[in-house]
Design a binder for this molecule. Sequence first.
Ligand SMILES: NC(=O)c1ccc[n+]([C@@H]2O[C@H](COP(=O)([O-])OP(=O)(O)OC[C@H]3O[C@@H](n4cnc5c(N)ncnc54)[C@H](OP(=O)(O)O)[C@@H]3O)[C@@H](O)[C@H]2O)c1
Length: 214
Amino acid sequence: MKIGVLGTGDVGKTIATKLVAVGHEVCMGSRARGNEKAVAWAKGAGGTEGSFAEAAAFGELVFNCTKGEHTLDVLRQAGDLSGKVIADVSNPLDFSKGFPPSLSVCNTDSLAEQIQREFPRAHVVKTLNTMANSIMVDPRSLPDAHHTFLSGNDADAKATVRGILASFGWLPDEIIDLGDITTARGTEMYLPLWVRIFGATKIGAFNIKLVKLG
Ligand SMILES: NC(=O)c1ccc[n+]([C@@H]2O[C@H](COP(=O)([O-])OP(=O)(O)OC[C@H]3O[C@@H](n4cnc5c(N)ncnc54)[C@H](OP(=O)(O)O)[C@@H]3O)[C@@H](O)[C@H]2O)c1
């Protein structure tokens, strides 16, 4: 599949590298074609790079790996997203008052919903935002079963993203479909706990395991 990865940070690079490794064609997007990090990534991983608009146009599916506070602006620059699946791993973290960050949107709304409202003809699927990027693409690096989530309004889009997660190594039972896009409120609002666990343990390589009765 042709995939656009918007973002040159650790998440964008990690996801883009894995997507190439599992057989996809990937174009990494940044604010301007020729971004130093994107050029280095493309050279090393065997992908291509361009502006956010060029990467989004390239992809049948687009991974949003941009800083939450700029995500809507980035997607506005990205051109026509109609019909595309947007796999959204961003978090609406506000570091303007330092650590720990607060959430710029929460409770009755989420960044994923803001994206879906702004681009009603795209299919937003929130996923993977509840863990460090190394775990996103290498779930078997943890010594136990653990879980990730899907939130989105379109069943086909969620099936497409589920397939990509499976290719990353996620087992079917480890991918929990929470329901429509409003359920992204829950995974985004987990982030204040994530940063406190990280602050207390200094370990980023952990994840949620759902332990159930029966
Ligand atoms: N780090 C993790 O392990 C992790 C885990 C879960 C979720 N997340 C979420 O994933 C997203 C990406 O995180 P990250 O740490 O890889 O990178 P990041 O530093 O949060 O974001 C990097 C991207 O944001 C873009 N950006 C920065 N300032 C901008 C501006 N003023 N206008 C437009 N775009 C701007 C950059 O564009 P350029 O390429 O042009 O510089 C770059 O592509 C974030 O939303 C984060 O909360 C991160």
